[in-house]
Design a protein around this ligand. Sequence first.
Ligand code: PRX
Length: 635
Amino acid sequence: MSNYHIKHLEEYYQVYRKSIREPENFWEEVAEEHFLWRKKWDKVLEWDFSKPEIKWFEGAKLNITENCIDRHLATRGDKTAILFEPNDPKEPAEHITYKQLHKRVNQFANVLKENGVKKGDRVCIYVPMIPELAISLLACARIGAIHSVVFAGFSSTALSTRINDSDCKIVITADGSYRGKKTIDLKGIVDEALESCAGVKTVLVAKRINSDIHMEEGRDKWLQPLLDEASTECTAEVMDAEDPLFILYTSGSTGKPKGMVHTTGGYMVYTAYTFKNAFQYTENDVYWCTADIGWITGHSYIVYGPLANGATTVLFEGVPSYPDFGRFWDIVEKHKINQFYTAPTAIRALAKQGTELVDKYDLSSLKVLGSVGEPINEEAWHWYNDNVGKKKSPIIDSWWQTETGGIMITPIPYVTPTKPTYATLPFIGIQPALMDENGDELKGNQVEGRLCIKFPWPSIARTIWGNHQRYKETYFSAFDNMYFTGDGALRDEVGYYRITGRVDDVIIVSGHNLGTAPIEDAINEHPAVAESAIVGFPHDVKGSALYGYVILKDAGESRNHDNLRKEINQIITEHIGPIAKLDKIQFSEGLPKTRSGKIMRRILRKIASNEMDNLGDTSTLLNPEVVQNIIDNRM
Ligand code: PRX
């Protein structure tokens, strides 16, 4: 039996049990059978959550790009590795084969070397979704430099904070980017950021929009001429399994962003293994994850996981609404996508458009649908299932985090029966625990608590760059000997997990714990509602009461708002109980969102609590303008 590709539920349980009983043997077998190591490990796992210290495959030597590229050359050299779909559908798609990828990564790696980048140096990558983005990650990995990708939608302040935090000496960027009808002056943002980054000596600029940009003498260099001159051969640097592969920043609930550090060997093994199983990828499938490589989803499931399996991975430059809201489905039809991985926020935005644009395209190639990043509400789940999957493609609602590196709880398609809004079962090797407020583990089923993980898995982040103490405090101090996720979850009667939302969003009303996600789910069932967000605000009798921000599908909804408020509370009462009724409901035009589409509840909480002079930094929001509008219409 191969442990690598699970195909039946019985097999899942068998493999899962083995991975829990003998984790070291299990991961050793996976690592041995499916990857290329320059030297095998001395020890599979060493860990101590109290320090915390976690080491996988210590003593092993490898280069992840040899696993993602070189070893496929003999058998898959002419297979498409990266399928680039440009912003403009009229611009032809680009098929980059494994052979071509090998050459381009080597050339890029040589350019980095010629510009003084050495093993262990940090390289900031601020590049839109063009092939150079994926190639730059791999080029860093080829020479052992640590990449730090900053999502190319972040502001100059966010960019400079990240550059300085990890002391990057070089920035890779582009002249600009396309985003639907708009172009964005990326290089201008970099120039502004670098005013406060004295350590950056070199900027490599890819040409994408052919705009007339400022090139700083002695600092900025066009990338293409350097690539053209560089050799297509570059010996891969031999790395230790525990050498850092990359830093990726994630926002903390407070304070400055946390630079999560992922290392090489374990990250490779886990992302490759989860990719194969969670998407049931088979040779010749075309896989598309719509995330940006600027997020962990893109790192693990556009670049490393798929390429380590010799897959064809789509890299889409554009947005779901350009040239119209049918773009995703157009791409699915055009490239005959087999696995499609997106976020609930995108599904909801598309669902708002009705079904005409989905029905127009042939989606019959789809075999697996994925969802990630936030809880998927029931309505969106059904819309996705009915209209995109035509009730035949299982939805994998996959729960994980920047910190976990790979998928942690997910159905395995065609293996685990799905259940709307449930991430279902722990992935192989993952040992979740639900904890109560006293720090005791809740055993058995039909329990709800704080989601922790009891045992290390290969791709857990090893530290926060430059701040191991913060890593310890954030993740390993809430509960003894446990990794604390910051999320709440429930385990139903059959042992399926449902993520109920961040624990920091749990609101205690009259002594009752209420998760925001289930209330929002209920509200979203109202036919007039597009989206909603619930926060707590101080209340003299109840401790906290609930404040709801509700976006209506039709902003000009003519019906009486007081009646709508009553109906919404009626639905909540029906779904959860009268305790969850909202004290205040504000109909708003939008919700403040991060660039990755997450609602910034911190801001909503402050507005609801009338703490408007203390809103914090709103500059990195996707839509900072909605904040004033919400304040103006506060209840
Ligand atoms: O709250 C959980 C939510 O997103 C958080 C992690 O965010 P980030 O580090 O940006 O990574 C997102 C992509 C992996 C989690 O703590 N989350 C992620 N996936 C799900 C989810 N919540 C519910 N269901 C999910 N499938």
